[in-house]
Each structure stands twice: as C-alpha cells, then as structure tokens.
Design a protein around this ligand. Structure first.
Ligand code: FE2
Length: 243
C-alpha cells in the first residue's frame, strides 16, 4: 500500500555555480540582514541551493552606508562567532559593493579598497544617474591592478535607450554581474528584458543573488524551480567559480 504521509520532498534546486558573489548577508551594516538571526537562514538556504562559498558584499555608499574595513570586519566576526554558523558549513569571506561616488574615490585614493578574490572590485552606479566618469574610473582601477565588475548593469534605466555604453564598458574590460532576481522579473519588466539582452550579447560574466532578505529567497526559489531558469542557463555561462 502507498504511504501518502512519507512522500519525499522535492529536491532543492541548485545554482549553476558554487560561489555567491553579491549578497547583503552580513548583519546590521546596510539594508540587508539586520542581525545575525536573519543572516543565518539566508546562508542556510544558499547552502541548500548548492552554494559553498559566499563573498559578502555590503553596501559602501556615501551618506547612507559609509562602511569601512572596520565595520565590515566586525559584522563578519559577529556572524562567524555564532555556533550555528559553523553548522551550516559554508565558506564566508567579504568585500563590498562600492557605489561610485566621492566616498569611493577617497577610499580608492587612500588604498582602502577591500577587494574580492583576484583583486576584483564590485562597483555600482546610483539608480538615479550614472557616475559621471565611469569609463575613466574603470581605467584608473585597472591601472592600479583591480578588475572592476559592474553590479547589475541591467538595473540602470538611464542606459536602456542607448545600449552602446554596455559594449563600451565591457570592451574596456569591465565585467558584468547580473542579478538572478532581474532574470526572474522581480524588479520590473525592463530590467528582465535588458538582462536577457545582455545574455544574448554574451556580456554576463557573473550571476548574483543580491540577496537582502527572506522575500528575495522566496522569489529566487520560484525562479530556480521554474522553466525560465533552465532556459536562461542554456545561454548564460557564469564565471562565479573563478572567484
Ligand atoms: Fe547589492
């Protein structure tokens, strides 16, 4: 006789890589996880989806989140000290998501950038306007031995009407990290369309969750188990595991 009460749960979907390169899971230092109690379930879910290594990228943004190596390092230590963290079995390191602004120019000048592995630096524009001199800044970073990665290029609406900036930046050696949540259609239709366009142009170098909270987990879960995810992954070949 069938036992309906012991139905096997559906297997967890898996990310097509084991390194998460963009997320806000460090406790209490930006608009992501507010405390350790919220960070742990986010990490646990990433682990269940196949992530083995997480590069935490808290915001460093002028006036709102002026994080420093001290504030980021302290949040990292708080999380790592938690006994439950060790039980999850995930490797954690940190860098930042640097808003291109005067604060970042100061950090760069003072040689205080916290790079990702391989001297990569995750940079972002404001959503209201592009950084006025992004090509020059990318060049200056490269000159100092950094490899810039532009976070979620598909979310900058002011780039949509003249897409040649994407090609120019990418040709310049600035890599692109697209959000899974954009491909999932979570933000809006246009960012999804532009993410798919970037995929068609082979300009997606990394994928990231940009995970801030459990609501994001829910939307990621729906996306990972849907048919769009499988379709997108036939076209996108993220290099996350090179970091
Ligand atoms: Fe982010």
């Amino acid at each position: 006789m069938f036992n309906f009460f012991h139905k096997k749960p559906a297997p967890e979907p898996l990310f097509p890589y084991t390194t998460e390169v963009h997320c806000h899971i460090l406790p209490g230092i930006d608009d992501g996880s507010p405390d350790v109690e919220h960070s742990l379930p986010l990490l646990r879910q990433l682990r269940q989806w196949g992530i083995e290594k997480v590069i935490a990228t808290p915001h460093v943004t002028e006036a709102t989140f002026e994080n420093t190596p001290q504030t980021v390092g302290d949040a990292y230590e708080r999380l790592c000290r938690e006994p439950e963290f060790g039980e999850i079995g995930i490797q954690l390191c940190y860098s930042a998501e640097y808003r291109m602004d005067d604060n970042f120019l100061g950090i760069f000048q003072r040689n205080e950038i916290m790079p990702m592995p391989g001297n990569h630096v995750l940079i972002e524009n404001s959503f209201l306007q592009p950084f006025w001199n992004i090509k020059e800044l990318v060049f200056e970073l490269q000159l100092k031995g950094f490899s810039p990665i532009l976070a979620h290029p598909e979310r900058y609406a002011y780039y949509y009407d003249d897409k040649k900036i994407y090609q120019e930046l990418h040709n310049q050696g600035c890599e692109f990290q697209v959000n899974l949540l954009s491909l999932a259609g979570y933000y809006n239709r246009r960012s999804r369309e532009v993410a798919e366009w970037l995929a068609s142009q082979h300009m997606i170098d990394y994928l990231g969750s940009d995970l801030h909270n459990s609501n994001h987990l829910l939307h990621l879960s729906n996306y990972l188990t849907g048919k769009d995810f499988a379709k997108h992954m036939r076209e996108i070949h993220p290099q996350n595991d090179s970091l």
